[in-house]
Design a protein around this ligand. Structure first.
Ligand code: ADP
Length: 438
């Protein structure tokens, strides 16, 4: 038993014994005991009252003086309070330190509660997004009103960051990345990527300008080469091989320039323009007919399962993507092979696969295939006349159509390239046709 409690019991026993003695002496034992009980209860209530006053005091200071059991209780509460105070100070200093660290970050940090209201942000957030101290508990989407951001914020899938112009300065580009934490709270990191964005813009403009500028001199050169080829009999025989090679190389350069122009268009033009439902069956048939010409009639190209679906998008771009895949299948398969183009739908959307039984690709190359100018075998690529840009074009077209490219391949066995489009992009071709006609 605890010492203070034992002392209290002793005190009660002694007090009761004295009261019994007093009661026996004065002949009013019962009344004396009742009076003694009332005194003890009053004294206990007094201690409880002192305890309560002390606990609720703004600045409690030292505990009230008391001996025995009550003294022990006051002391214990006092030590508990002191310990809590120390713990509070420690937590406060940790919190301040974390706030100092996040305040010093070059990126904006915003903490949102479960309703999407801002509960805390650092100084960079105020600079980049113009928050003021009175904006606490306001919804973030009241400040970043860009519809693209609102859609991204409400969709709740934050795997990829989103890049937008700053809501307070159009010239600045900001990248928003959201992470969930705690109980449905969200942490928003905002990075100023204006410099990177400008460099990227310079790169895109440079590629677009160079490709356009190369077009005219190339057309002139090709023109003269064709004229010379038309008058082959007038050209000295030792130049005829050189002439033929110059023609081949200028054709290759034209393909390269055209692909570069296509790529820069895909990167710079607004994907929203020229969107219409493109019937898959018609698209695949056109691509097959063209690929048969490219293959010189040496390949069997089949189209399977083309139903009456349509993909909402840009027909020219979709044609270019599927055509690149089918022409690759022809280029990288021996003559006499079969290339199969297949369209199918499932709960996730529509998939167009191009399969061949050609040379296949070693798995180590697959993750890098859609990089510009990446080739598995550069020697072979120059023979096949590829530009190294075909799959980069496919990737960009799919990005602009919310689609994804997946590649399965086995060296020596063949490859399957699949373009997958989400359900939101797919509709019934006939219905859409009817809608359009109306
Ligand atoms: P290229 O113009 O060289 O064909 P692409 O970007 O279209 O450029 O393709 C990149 C590389 O991927 C090619 O060089 C080739 O090595 C490989 N590749 C693409 N499609 C196939 C295929 N169907 N079979 C085997 N390899 C392929």
């Amino acid at each position: 038993m605890h010492r203070g409690f034992a002392a209290e019991i002793r005190r009660v026993l002694v007090f009761t014994a004295v009261c019994i003695l007093l009661g026996l002496l004065n002949g009013y034992l019962t009344w004396t005991l009742i009076a003694a009980g009332a005194i003890y209860m009053g004294w206990t209530l007094w201690q409880i009252y002192r305890l309560d006053r002390w606990i609720v005091a703004k600045d409690p200071g030292l505990p009230p003086d008391a001996s025995g059991f009550w003294g022990d209780i006051f002391d214990r509460i006092y030590h508990l309070q002191k310990r809590q105070g120390r713990e509070k100070l420690r937590l406060q200093s940790t919190l301040h330190r974390i706030q100092d660290i996040t305040a010093a970050l070059p990126d904006a940090v915003i903490v949102l509660d479960k309703r999407g209201n801002m509960s805390w942000w650092n100084e960079t957030a105020s600079e980049l997004l113009g928050f003021q101290s009175g904006d606490r508990q306001q919804a973030l989407i009241n400040f970043v009103r860009n519809p693209q951001f609102v859609r991204y914020f409400e969709a709740g899938s934050y795997k990829e960051p989103i890049t937008l112009p700053s809501p307070i300065n159009d010239a600045r580009r900001l990248q928003f990345q959201i992470t969930r934490f705690g109980q449905d709270e969200r942490l928003v990191l905002v990075r100023d990527i204006t410099r990177i964005h400008r460099l990227e813009q310079v790169r895109k403009d440079f590629v677009a300008n160079v490709s356009h500028e190369l077009r005219t001199p190339l057309t002139v050169l090709k023109g003269y080469l064709e004229t010379l080829a038309d008058h082959a009999e007038e050209v000295a025989p030792q130049w005829s091989k050189a002439l033929q090679q110059m023609q081949q190389q200028s054709d290759r350069m034209t393909l390269l320039v055209n692909d570069l122009i296509t790529l820069s268009r895909l990167e710079t033009e607004d994907p929203g323009s020229n969107q219409s439902p493109v019937p898959v069956a018609r698209l695949l048939k056109t691509v097959r007919d063209e690929a048969e010409v490219v293959g010189g009639g040496n390949y069997t190209i089949t189209v399977d399962n083309a139903g009456d679906e349509a993909i909402r998008g840009n027909e020219k771009e979709l044609h270019s993507a599927i055509s690149n895949l089918v022409i690759n299948a022809v280029k990288y398969s021996p003559p006499g092979s079969t290339v199969n183009i297949r369209s199918s739908t499932d709960s996730r959307g529509l998939h167009v696969s191009v399969s061949d039984n050609g040379i296949g690709i070693d798995p180590v190359h697959i993750p890098r295939l859609t990089e510009r100018f990446y080739r598995v075998d550069s020697g072979r690529a120059s023979q096949t006349g590829g530009t190294g840009l075909g799959l980069a074009i496919v990737k960009h077209v799919l990005l602009r159509h919310d689609g994804k490219l997946s590649i399965e391949s086995k060296p020596g066995k063949g490859s399957t390239f699949t373009c997958s489009f989400p359900r939101s992009r797919v509709s019934a071709a006939k219905t859409e046709g009817a809608k359009l006609a109306n």
